[in-house]
Ligand binder design. Structure first.
Ligand SMILES: *[C@@H]1O[C@H](CO)[C@@H](O)[C@H](O)[C@H]1NC(C)=O
Ligand SMILES: *[C@@H]1O[C@H](CO)[C@@H](O)[C@H](O)[C@H]1NC(C)=O
Ligand SMILES: *[C@@H]1O[C@H](CO)[C@@H](O)[C@H](O)[C@H]1NC(C)=O
Length: 485
């Protein structure tokens, strides 16, 4: 029978597949004994692998090394203080010179500082082309020197970055910290990777080294800086020395160098489904929330993240068939309403609201991800709402209110029936306070109900809420109408 035939064929393919797999396991010898890229394990697995009975990774196992300068710290400290938890996050800020003036007395809200080692003699002797960069790389050794009992990961960052540390702990717990890991992310700008390396973690956003790698690099530091005295980029020197140790980059999608400029809203409204780990270069982009300055914007985002880091910037998409609307939520940041049913695969592409990091290259591609170009078509241009407030609900959920940023100034989308969303002024998004499930479809239609609430003539009305949260990622929208529709 044909069915048996098919079954037989499948069996044959499966058996040969298994044989091939076993052969691959037994015959393959890793020539440089670096860890296979992207091999993930559970914390329990990590403990087993290391042969010790180790506890799951927590915040105290991370040691931060933030490289800054005395001059910039005067105003950049607001970025670091937004996410730094005194007495909980561990690590140091490295300054080029001792702090002065209004920086003293040093406040407990800032990470404790150290003044970077004086490496002038070595820099002169080797004629290092970029002494500042040498100081930054040398910082890795200086941080490692401060290690304490239990350090598993060394995280190097800049003073104009924001780290989402709980997410970082969750993600790092999946890796075996007793092996050699070099974690980070490439630049968003293709040319930066092309000029330096596609296998490089870009600095300020976080270069994460497992303990044994941080130790090996520290031991090799003086030789490393001598070998690469002709290289002008700290991140590149770091990558070259790590490569020489036989370790290559495992990229993490939640780390963002933000090598883009201008209006980041398109980028932050279509984040990949991966925990948000960091945002760098916030000093080089426009404030991420309208009508707030850079520092207020960052604080606003971090305050939302304090409620639930696991959902931060995670995109949820749902539809309202009666009016042919697509609704895309970037949790903790923005909501977009389109007056047309667009596929998820399309809405997951960021709208290019931003500009290239460098001079606009003559040739495509510019970015390391696919984008949609901004449009003037009413069916393509979303109504945009930004996060205003976050609160806990009585039944232990979280409610976020998003307000319209500006009038769209376009007629309704005629193709899908002229159902204008122009009267929606405010959106509430409800979600559970439990962590977002790591794997799976977090925006299946049945898990994501869309409710409408009409607010006519300013009359107060009853808030409808699901009676209990299910354990999946429930996000309910309440759309309040400014006038009747
Ligand atoms: C982190 O884990 C260690 C054990 O490795 C434990 O001693 C410590 O109390 C934990 N810290 C926190 C903040 O949970
Ligand atoms: C939604 O759009 C489709 C395609 O244009 C159209 O055929 C349909 O009638 C619209 N539905 C409503 C409720 O307007
Ligand atoms: C939408 O409105 C425009 C202008 O009023 C009209 O020409 C068009 O036929 C309408 N489309 C639908 C699908 O009703």
């Amino acid at each position: 029978m044909p069915q048996d035939c098919v079954a037989g064929l499948f069996r044959a393919i499966m058996i040969s597949g298994v044989v091939f797999y076993l052969a691959a396991i037994f015959l393959y010898k890793d020539p440089i004994s670096s860890p296979p890229e992207g091999v993930l394990i559970s914390p329990e697995g990590a403990a087993e692998l290391s042969g010790k009975n180790e506890s799951p990774t927590n915040i105290s196992h991370l040691l931060f090394g933030l490289i800054g300068s005395e001059k910039m710290w005067h105003y950049r400290k607001a970025y670091t203080e937004s996410w730094w938890r005194p007495g909980v996050t561990r690590g140091y800020l490295y300054l080029d010179v001792a702090p002065t003036g209004d920086l003293l007395p040093w406040p407990p809200s800032s990470p404790p500082y150290r003044v970077s080692d004086d490496i002038n003699r070595m820099v002169k002797e080797t004629k290092h082309v970029a002494p500042v960069m040498a100081r930054m790389v040398h910082g890795i050794k200086e941080v490692f020197r401060e290690r304490h009992e239990g350090v598993r990961w060394v995280v190097m960052g800049d003073d104009d970055s924001v780290f989402f540390v709980e997410n970082m702990v969750d993600v790092l717990a999946r890796y075996d910290h007793t092996k050699y890991y070099y974690l980070g992310a490439p630049s968003e700008f293709v040319n930066s990777n092309h000029w330096l390396s596609f296998n490089q973690a870009f600095g300020g956003a976080g270069i994460i080294l497992s303990y044994p790698l941080a130790e090996a690099l520290s031991n090799d530091m003086d030789s490393c800086l001598r070998r690469y005295a002709h290289i002008v980029s700290a991140d590149h020197i770091t990558m070259l020395c790590i490569s020489d140790l036989g370790v290559s980059l495992s990229a993490l999608k939640g780390i963002h160098q933000v090598d883009i400029r201008g209006d980041l809203s398109g980028f932050l409204s279509a984040h990949p489904k991966f925990p948000l780990l960091s945002l760098h270069h916030l000093d080089n982009v426009e404030p991420i929330f309208p009508a707030m300055d850079r520092f207020e914007s960052v604080k606003h985002l971090v305050r939302a993240a304090d409620y639930d880091q696991t959902r931060m910037l995670q995109q949820n998409i749902c539809y309202r068939r009666q009016s042919n609307w697509s609704v895309s939520v970037s949790w903790g940041y923005s909501v977009h309403i389109y007056e047309k049913i667009h596929r998820r695969s399309y809405l997951q592409l960021p709208i290019e609201t931003f500009k290239p990091w460098g001079v606009e290259p003559l040739h495509l591609p510019i970015y390391m991800f696919n984008t949609r170009l901004p449009s003037k078509d009413p069916c393509e241009v979303p109504h945009v709402f930004f996060l205003k407030t976050v609160k806990r609900t009585e039944d232990d959920g979280i409610v976020m209110t998003y307000l319209r940023s500006s009038e769209r100034g376009l007629p309704a989308c005629s193709f899908s029936g002229n159902h204008s969303a122009g009267y929606v002024s405010r959106i509430e998004v409800y979600s559970p306070s439990t962590k977002r499930p790591e794997v799976g479809r977090s925006d299946k239609r049945k898990d994501f109900a869309l409710y409408f609430k009409r607010l006519i003539g300013g009359k107060s009305s009853v808030v409808i809420r699901p009676s209990r949260w299910t354990d999946v990622n429930v996000v309910t929208l309440f759309i309040q109408m400014a006038r009747k529709f």
